[in-house]
Write a protein that binds this ligand. Structure first.
Ligand SMILES: Nc1ncnc2c1ncn2[C@@H]1O[C@H](COP(=O)(O)OP(=O)(O)OP(=O)(O)O)[C@@H](O)[C@H]1O
Length: 558
């Protein structure tokens, strides 16, 4: 190893999947002691690059050097042996095992010492006894990061690690990246958030359609220069309010935006003055005294009530683990409540099967789209029309694939989904493009009485976030009720008419996002203000299963 050699040097890297060239003559240099960000649109080739470095994909062409030494991994074990640790977009934990059992699977010498070191150096303390399947995605992600750090890597590759993290955890992770760099090692950080890149990164490389579009020290790459490199159009063309969502600025909703009072605010509902097809008023989605108990007897949802009106966009903020996952599982039909009732446009759907809910007009975008939102082994077209394939059946039996693929083509183009076409397997799409497919499918339900979406823009590039927000607004303008669960407070502030805060299974608030103190108010509710049992110090529900815990100052800052 040479003292001055870059930590990682890649040149001429090319990788194709059939006719799809995912990486095309890519050059990238990561200096030792730095955090190097890899940016780019959905499908630009970022994950493919990570997979090549991590040894799970063998490139068609290209040369890699690690700290000056030729490096040509053929399998993940080669990367591990070379001191590279990876955190991929998809979880590698065994859900039926506990966190401790998962860590033991790594077969590392001195595990207790390593765990203690990760706790001391990075403040990450996994709850070793917690079963992985019981943990929310954000906590699982932190366990994945702990797993990577236990290997004491000299190069850490993180593929969009912050998508499922709250603000406090994101700050902690970025600080972890800086610490690794300060120790002389290096980090490759894939992110869609320019704010994160600016906070943690030293340099960046931007990929577009598999090629390097530009890059350099981040100090010389302000957003006005980065955005055009990423999306091929000026930063000024981005949707208003988006800047905050991607972490560029701390935006405020514009006066009047999202100010319409919903049923829960006590104001009288609108009666349909702005458009013939626009339906208004309460009762599109109604939860009454819904109770869901966890296996340990605690309440994930504690006699929760909520009314989302036709045409209203309601946001649910809150630290992960306060009942949001159970609420989404309940709406999707994967979980039946112990008490209470769920109604869609007056119809009792408390125990309706998922297919019945779809037919009744309830669109659901689950938090873990990869596991619950799609079928990776099926083609994109079938995923786009899941639950509605009947419209392409001939004589009630045969699937008219031509017609289905034709219809799918139109959706793929309309939603800017990059794929190998309607017949490509869903698993071959990039993470962001999979998310776009799930969103496109649920938004296309007819009727669409209510869309319930968890983290709808997670993993989407900055251009796609704006497009999804406009689609949600369009659906709402037509009378669809929208419920958005998001860890992105900026997203909720620009999108919603009303925001409630999940805290220990209750929905606190509402907060009017147009009020100047909305962020502060939401921050207070996230810590339990207004909770019937008084505020708590923990406030994190299950999110406390792996430190760091949220602290009051972190909650509203995102
Ligand atoms: N196993 C595969 N088979 C076929 N095509 C693939 C495969 N893996 C990736 N691709 C294609 O390669 C391109 C790059 O995908 P990749 O996952 O690297 O993008 P990305 O930049 O990480 O996107 P995102 O931001 O959405 O995660 C995409 O068009 C994707 O569909």
């Amino acid at each position: 190893m040479s003292a001055t050699a870059p930590a990682l040097e890649i040149s001429g890297l090319t990788k194709s999947f059939g006719t799809m060239r995912a990486l095309d003559d890519v050059r990238l240099v990561v200096e030792a002691g730095t955090v190097h960000c890899v940016l780019g649109e959905n499908g630009a080739g970022k994950s493919t690059l990570c997979h090549v470095v991590g040894g799970s994909l063998v490139p068609d062409k290209g040369v890699l050097r690690l700290y000056g030494t030729p490096y040509a991994p053929r399998r993940p074990a080669d990367a591990l042996a070379a001191g590279i640790a990876m955190v991929h977009q998809h979880f590698s934990l065994v859900p039926t095992l506990t966190v401790g059992e998962n860590l033991r699977l790594l077969r590392l010498r001195d595990l207790p010492r390593r765990v203690a070191r990760v706790r001391e150096e990075y403040g990450l303390e996994p709850d070793l006894d917690a079963r992985v399947s019981d943990l929310p995605v954000g906590v699982r992600q932190r366990v994945e990061i702990v797993k990577a750090l236990l290997r004491e890597p000299r190069l850490l590759v993180l593929d969009e690690p912050t998508g499922v993290l709250g603000p406090a955890e994101t700050d902690a992770l970025l600080a972890t990246c800086r610490r690794i760099a300060a120790a002389g090692h290096a980090v490759v950080l894939v992110t869609h958030k320019l704010g994160e890149a600016a906070r943690a990164g030293d340099a960046a490389t931007v990929l577009r359609a598999g090629r390097v579009a530009g890059g350099g020290p981040l100090a010389e790459l302000p957003p006005e220069r980065l955005v055009p490199l990423m999306i091929g159009r000026p930063a000024a063309s981005l949707d208003a309010g988006l800047a905050g969502t991607i972490g560029l600025t701390e935006d405020r909703p514009s006066p009047g935006a999202g100010a319409s009072a919903g049923p829960g605010t006590g104001a009288s509902p609108e009666t349909g003055t702005s458009g013939a097809e626009r339906r208004r008023g309460p009762g599109a989605l109604r939860l009454s005294d819904v109770g869901v108990r966890r296996a340990d007897g605690s309440y994930a949802l504690d006699r929760t009530s909520l009314d989302v009106g036709f045409g209203e966009i309601v946001g649910i903020a809150g630290v992960e683990g306060n009942g949001q996952s159970e609420l989404m599982a309940l709406l999707g039909g994967a979980l039946a409540p112990d008490t209470g009732r769920v109604e869609l446009a007056g119809r009792d759907i408390t125990r309706a099967a998922p297919r019945e809910r779809t037919r009744a007009g309830l669109g659901v975008v689950p938090e873990d789209r990869h596991r619950e939102g799609c079928v990776p082994q099926l083609p994109v077209a079938e995923n786009l029309f899941l639950g509605r394939l009947d419209r392409f059946r001939r004589y009630g039996v045969f699937l008219d694939r031509r017609a289905m693929n034709h219809a799918a083509d139109a959706v793929l183009t309309g939603h800017g989904i990059r794929s190998g076409g309607p017949g490509a397997l869903m698993s071959s799409l990039s993470g962001g493009n999979q998310q776009k497919v799930v969103l496109a499918r649920e938004l296309a339900l007819d009727p669409l009485v209510c869309l319930a979406a968890a983290q709808p823009t997670r993993g989407l590039d900055i251009g796609a976030v704006g497009a999804v927000h406009s689609r949600i607004r369009q659906a709402s303008a037509k009378g669809t009720a929208v419920l958005v669960v998001s860890s992105e407070l900026s997203e909720l502030l620009v999108l919603c008419d009303r925001i409630v805060v999940a805290y220990r299974g209750k929905l606190l608030g509402p907060v009017d996002p147009s009020q100047p103190d909305a962020r502060e108010r939401i921050g207070a509710l996230m810590l339990g203000a207004d909770h019937p049992a008084g505020s708590g110090t923990e406030g994190a529900g299950r999110a406390a299963a792996t430190a760091p815990r949220p602290v009051p100052g972190d909650a509203p800052r995102h």
